[in-house]
Design a protein around this ligand. Structure first.
Ligand SMILES: [Zn+2]
Length: 327
C-alpha cells in the first residue's frame, strides 16, 4: 500500500521538478534575453538620434554659412540703398506708437505714388453681365486694375461677379439699382433710397463699402427733370464722390460699335490728357468692348510714364456738373 502510494507520488514529484526546471529556465532567459532586447532597441534609438543630430548640425552649419554670405552681400549694398533702409527703419520707429488707422493714413495713395505719371482709369458701366468674366479675365491677364460702376442684379451668379470684381482688386462703384431714369431722378428722396439700397446690397454681398458713383447718363444727363445739383449734393452729404468721364469708347453707340472703332476712339483721345477716365460698358450685348480691350490695354502699356489705376476717393474726379463747395 505504502509502496503504491510512493509509486503514485513519485511521478507527481517528477512533474513538479520539471515544472520548476521550466520556471528556472524561463526566468534565466527572461533575465538574460530581456535586457539584450532592450539593449538592441536602445542601440537603434541611439543611432537614430545620432543621425538626427548630425542632420541638425549640418543644417546649422549651412545657415551659419548663409549668414556670413549675407553679411558679405550687405557690404556690397550701395550707400544710397542703405540710406533708404535706414530711413524706413527710422520712420517705423517714429510711428511705432501709432494706431493702425493712423498708419493707414500714412500709406501713400496710388495718386501720390504715381505723381507725374499719365493716369488712365478704365471704367465699365451697367454690369455685371454675361461679359464680366471675360473682361475680368483680360484685366487679370494684363495685370490691370479697373473700375466697375454696377447696377443691382440678384442671384448667385451675379453675386459671384460682384465678389470677383472686389476680390481681384478692382474698384466697385455704384450706378443705381435699376438704371430707370424716371424712378431714379424723380426726387431727392427716391434717389438716395436707391443709392443706399445699392450701397447696402453691395456691402452685404462683397463686404466692401462703395463710396464712388457714376450717374446713369452722366451728371449732365437730360433725362432728369430735377436739377442734377440736387442729387450731386445728396451724394456729397453721404461722402460719396461721383465720376464722369473725359474719354468715351462710344461702345454703346446705337446700332453697335465695331472693335476697331472702339480701339480708335480710346487710343486717339488718351494721349491728349494727363488724366483719362475712359467709359466702357459691361453689357451682354457689347461683345466688341471685350474684343477691343486687349489691344487698348497693350497700347496703353506701351506708352511712357503711364499707369492704369482703379478709381478711388483720392482720384481727381472728372465731373461735368460743377458742384459748389458750399452745396
Ligand atoms: Zn449706365
Amino acid at each position: 500500500m505504502d509502496s503504491n502510494v510512493k509509486s503514485v507520488k513519485s511521478p507527481q514529484r517528477q512533474k513538479r521538478v520539471k515544472r520548476l526546471k521550466k520556471i528556472i529556465v524561463a526566468t534565466f532567459f527572461t533575465l538574460m534575453i530581456g535586457p539584450s532586447i532592450l539593449c538592441v532597441i536602445f542601440a537603434i534609438r541611439a543611432a537614430h538620434y545620432k543621425s538626427a543630430l548630425k542632420e541638425k548640425t549640418e543644417e546649422l552649419n549651412y545657415y551659419m554659412e548663409l549668414g556670413s554670405e549675407a553679411d558679405f552681400v550687405e557690404e556690397e549694398i550701395p550707400d544710397a540703398l542703405m540710406q533708404v533702409a535706414s530711413n524706413v527703419e527710422t520712420s517705423i520707429k517714429k510711428h511705432e506708437n501709432l494706431s493702425s488707422d493712423d498708419i493707414k493714413k500714412l500709406s501713400l495713395s496710388d495718386e501720390e505714388l504715381y505723381e507725374g505719371y499719365r493716369k488712365i482709369y478704365l471704367t465699365f458701366d451697367d454690369g455685371p453681365s454675361s461679359n464680366t468674366d471675360a473682361i475680368l479675365d483680360i484685366l487679370k491677364e494684363y495685370d490691370v486694375k479697373a473700375t466697375f460702376f454696377v447696377v443691382r442684379h440678384e442671384g448667385r451668379n451675379f453675386e459671384r461677379l460682384y465678389r470677383r470684381i472686389v476680390d481681384e482688386g478692382h474698384s466697385l462703384g455704384m450706378h443705381s439699382c435699376t438704371h430707370v431714369y424716371s424712378d431714379l431722378y424723380s426726387n431727392r428722396d427716391a434717389f438716395m433710397e436707391d443709392t443706399n439700397s445699392l450701397r447696402n446690397f453691395l456691402y452685404l454681398v462683397t463686404g466692401a463699402e462703395s463710396d464712388i458713383y457714376r450717374f446713369p447718363g452722366g451728371s449732365t444727363n437730360r433725362a432728369s427733370t430735377v436739377d442734377m445739383h440736387e442729387f450731386a449734393g445728396a451724394l456729397k452729404d453721404e461722402g460719396i464722390v461721383f465720376f464722369d468721364w473725359n474719354v468715351s469708347s462710344r461702345d454703346a453707340t446705337a446700332g453697335g460699335a465695331s472693335r476697331q472703332s472702339i480701339i480708335d476712339n480710346v487710343t486717339r483721345e488718351i494721349g491728349k490728357h494727363q488724366e483719362s477716365i475712359v467709359l466702357f460698358h459691361d453689357l451682354g450685348s457689347k461683345t466688341t468692348t471685350v474684343e477691343a480691350l486687349p489691344a487698348i490695354i497693350e497700347y496703353i502699356q506701351s506708352m511712357d510714364d503711364t499707369v492704369m489705376l482703379p478709381i478711388t476717393r483720392e482720384t481727381d474726379p472728372i465731373q461735368f456738373l460743377s458742384v459748389k463747395e458750399d452745396n
